[in-house]
Design a binder for this molecule. Structure first.
Ligand code: ADP
Ligand code: MG
Length: 728
């Protein structure tokens, strides 16, 4: 057996589950490492605390003097928890998290030193972060970028560092991160939704978007994972023959969690709980060694931060257990890939979930208003929603038979379809009292009971209504949720603003009653939005044809999908609600399309290297053994050797053919890359990589995988699928 593979398998077979301390009352340690309200009460003055609360609730500014109080309290709390450093923690456009640690420690001269952290250090920092992607923003404007405290996401201690969630913006105010536009989008949807809520309840002052993500991942023994250059450098396997047994028996899904994985999960969950991430659910997923973890949903900005933190934490905890977490959307061919469902809803400060049917006809009309407006927003911006989840890695999953297609449609279930059909027949113009009573009693008033037994669940829909929330299921497993959350909240905000304007026109100009006007507009929306509703099998070929007829986009690759991000309609939408200006939209597009190109470039290089430097030499080695064998047989048996060495001779030829094909394909791929690299137009370059370079991956892989089946197992250098997927 090849040495690295042999060593890795031996190591992984030795592993036992790590013993982890049991914490059975998680509620007692929940948020211990978070500077939450209870910690603040202990460490802050009343004024300081109420200024933070006000900043969170109303977005008001914290005065410098109070910032000094807060930073001092925060520092004392952090030191009491063992922290020595602090960092502004942010999410640059790499999608990962960034931190640069500074010690509290400062010298005073004369041999004296203190622990110091003032309000200025809390509120704003200027990291020398010039190497983060900025899409040209910092070239054309100011070279500097700064981080600024986001008091709506509480500070926390990670290891021995106090982490302060911050936004990251250029000196001229352009967003260089994910959080800035997310906060603006949440503000926009808050304002727009509150205005609409006033039709139903004058007391509503704030609407909050919630996000509950579900994180899928693979857990692979670290020695095995790092023995594969493709996993190390590209996060996925670029070749490898399917094992005899994959997921066909469905014996992993919801099965008993393997002991080593379980020890890892317990450890991870304890860390999450200490950091205030309210993890709740864990289970085996469909593919071998694939799992899922989900928390209780939270306010969207916090939930995004928590998911980013979690993805980091997962790798850190995995190290202790000698695991590597694969968050790639398709790490292994032939078995399911991973996604990250984004469950989303809106709720008011009066305690109402706007996407949950209520107890009275009026609250149900409110529910229908938000429900139908969300559908309209998705219809109007389906292509942008698709773009928000586009990445080189997610391209492998979308449209495959396990994941939603690249076509965005909305599933609402049979009962709500019926309700919408009935509402559609409402008379145009003013309603008669009788009709209104009928409507309220028999249609709108009946929703709660029907939804209760609505167990109808369509797993093939990318955007499904699931009782009291919408579930966006096409998000990639390693994506930062901010991207889809920025888009979803923005388009709903934009839609609600338009809706309110239309209703107000009917009220003012046509002298209609408020609910008559609402019914009228909703009826029109129902008619228009039918195009995006789909209850059937999203994985079927028929749906692709049907969607095309309906004029829905079906952008199968990232290169195509991203284009809409710089379309005039998109740029204007973001501008009109103050989420992103043109420069910011264009910069993001540039960064994302460039990342797509770079990912494919890396994969192509890695594959070329593995094929030429690992696979081909091994094939030659084995071929030589065969040749030696044939020569030996000839020496002993003379002419009879041909019959005796028939198999060997055939294998020798087949191996030669594969070697030749692999070598020429790698050359063609390298040349294609060179041609693409000459292009200065990012879109053309991306298209080139997508259409000319990437398709060759499959051909190279096919030939390498054939060789894997022919060559002596002991010689094969790359850890095999059966070892990666079934060792735990
Ligand atoms: P599934 O069947 O898809 O696993 P679950 O009911 O287990 O769905 O919920 C999945 C996720 O949805 C969890 O993260 C949960 O917290 C979240 N969730 C539940 N209710 C809401 C809501 N009203 N808004 C947002 N997310 C929610
Ligand atoms: Mg789900």
């Amino acid at each position: 057996m090849a040495t690295l593979r042999f060593h890795a398998v031996k190591e992984s077979l030795k592993r036992k589950p790590l013993h982890v301390e049991e914490v059975n009352r998680r509620s007692e340690i929940f948020g211990s490492n978070v500077f939450n309200e209870s910690a603040m009460r202990q460490y802050l003055t009343k004024d300081a605390l109420s200024s933070i609360v006000e900043a969170i609730e109303k977005g008001s500014k914290i005065k410098r003097l109070l910032a000094d109080h807060i930073s001092t309290g925060m520092k004392e709390w952090a030191i009491s928890k063992g922290a020595t450093h602090y960092t502004h923690w942010f999410q640059p456009l790499t999608g990962a998290t960034a931190e640069k640690h500074d010690a509290f420690f400062e010298t005073l001269g004369g041999g004296l030193a203190i622990e110091k952290f003032d309000g200025g250090q809390l509120v704003q920092q200027e990291p020398d972060a010039s190497s983060f992607p900025h899409g040209g923003i910092r070239n054309t404007f100011e070279a500097r970028g700064y981080t600024a405290w986001d008091p709506t996401s509480p500070a926390f201690i990670y290891g021995t560092t106090l982490c302060i969630p911050t936004v990251f913006v250029s000196y001229t105010g352009e967003a260089l991160d994910y959080k800035t536009p997310l906060l603006r989008a949440l503000q926009a949807v808050d304002t727009a939704a509150v205005a609409v809520c006033k039709y139903f309840d004058k007391n509503v002052k704030k609407v909050t978007a919630a996000l509950g993500w579900e994180q899928e991942y693979f857990l692979i023994d670290n020695a095995l994972a790092t023995s594969r250059p493709d996993i190390v450098l590209a996060g996925r396997t670029l070749l490898g023959h399917s094992p005899a047994k994959g997921q066909q028996l469905d014996d992993h899904y919801f099965g008993t969690i393997p002991a080593r994985a379980m020890a890892y999960m317990r450890d991870l969950e304890t860390e999450c709980i200490l950091l205030g991430i309210p993890v709740k659910t864990r289970h085996n997923e469909v593919a071998p060694n694939q799992f899922e973890l989900a928390p209780i949903y939270e306010e969207a900005n916090l939930a995004v931060d928590h998911n980013s933190l979690l993805m980091d934490l997962m790798q850190k905890v995995a190290k202790r257990h000698n695991f590597k977490v694969l968050m790639h959307e398709k790490p292994f061919a032939g078995v399911n890939g991973s996604g990250k469902h984004n469950n989303w809803s809106l709720s008011t400060d009066t305690g109402v979930n706007l996407l949950s049917p209520g107890k009275t006809p009026m609250s149900n009309l409110q529910f229908l208003t938000f429900f139908i407006n969300t559908i309209m927003a998705v219809l109007e911006y389906e292509e942008l929603l698709r773009a928000s989840i586009a990445s080189a890695s997610n391209d492998h999953r979308l449209g495959a038979n396990e994941a939603p297609p690249a076509i965005i449609s909305v599933f609402i279930g049979e009962q709500l379809t019926k309700v919408l059909n009935e509402l559609e027949t409402v008379t145009k113009g003013k309603l008669s009292p009788q009709e209104k009573t009928d409507l309220k009693l028999n249609v709108v008033g009946k929703i709660p009971e029907i939804l209760l037994d609505n167990t109808d669940r369509n797993r093939t829909s990318p955007f499904a209504f699931t009782g009291n929330k919408f579930e966006f299921r096409a998000v990639g497993s390693k994506a930062n949720c901010a991207n889809p959350m920025i888009v979803l909240n923005s388009i709903v905000a934009k839609q609600l603003i338009g809706f309110k304007a239309e209703v107000d026109v009917l009220i003012k100009k046509k002298d209609m009653k408020k609910d008559d006007a609402i019914f009228n507009i909703l009826r029109e929306y129902i008619k228009t939005s039918k195009r995006i509703l789909f209850e059937g099998n999203g994985y079927s070929d028929d749906w692709q044809k049907e969607a095309e007829k309906r004029g829905l986009s079906n952008n199968k690759t990232t290169a195509e999908a991203l284009q809409v991000k710089i379309a005039d309609k998109t740029v204007k939408m973001f501008e009109s609600i103050g989420v992103m200006n043109r420069v910011e939209s264009e910069a993001r597009y540039g960064i994302e399309i460039e990342e797509y190109i770079l990912r494919l470039q890396i994969e192509s290089r890695v594959l070329g290297d593995i094929a030429r430097n690992h696979v081909v030499p091994t094939a030659v080695k084995y071929q030589n053994i065969l040749i030696e064998n044939v020569t030996g047989l000839k020496a002993i048996y003379g002419d009879k050797f041909k019959k005796l060495a028939k198999e060997q001779l055939e294998l020798i030829e087949e191996i030669s053919n594969h070697i030749e094909t692999i070598n020429s394909l790698v050359t063609i791929m390298t040349d294609a890359r060179k041609t693409c690299n000459k292009s200065t137009d990012l879109y053309k370059k991306a298209q080139g990589y997508c259409k000319k370079v990437k398709p060759i991956f499959e051909d190279i892989r096919y030939n390498c995988d054939k060789l894997e089946l022919m060559i002596d197992d002991e010689l094969w250098p790359l850890t095999k699928y059966r070892e990666l997927l079934f060792t735990n």
